[in-house]
Design a protein. Sequence first.
Length: 145
Amino acid sequence: MLPEMAGLIVDGVLALLLVLAIVSCWVVYARLGTIREGQAELKILTDRLNNAVVDAQRGIANLKHSAQEMEGKLGGEIRKARALSDELKLITEAGNNLADRIERGLTGGNSQSAAAPQATPTEEPEKAAGSRQQKEILAALREAR
């Protein structure tokens, strides 16, 4: 009986080990399934990330191109503005010089403190009218500056 019992115990232990091996395989298979699902999700995620990176690179390239284009346009506009500014400075300077010459011609080279003599009632009416016109022109020139 002992040998039969020993065979039965060995068969029981083997059956138990076989059941444990089957359970272990089933657990490993379930975990592999989870890994496969995660791998598929990871592939989708990496594809989305790759597409986002490509779109970002394309956007950066477009932005650089637009910036270079605007730099060229603005550079041209700045050059035109500087040329116009220089031209306006020359025109203003020439206008001021002309106004000074007109003022000196109207006042006879005197400064404003020694303005043209006041018209007296005994002077001719034409001279008084001319003096008034000169004063108006001088006032307009000073106001324009």
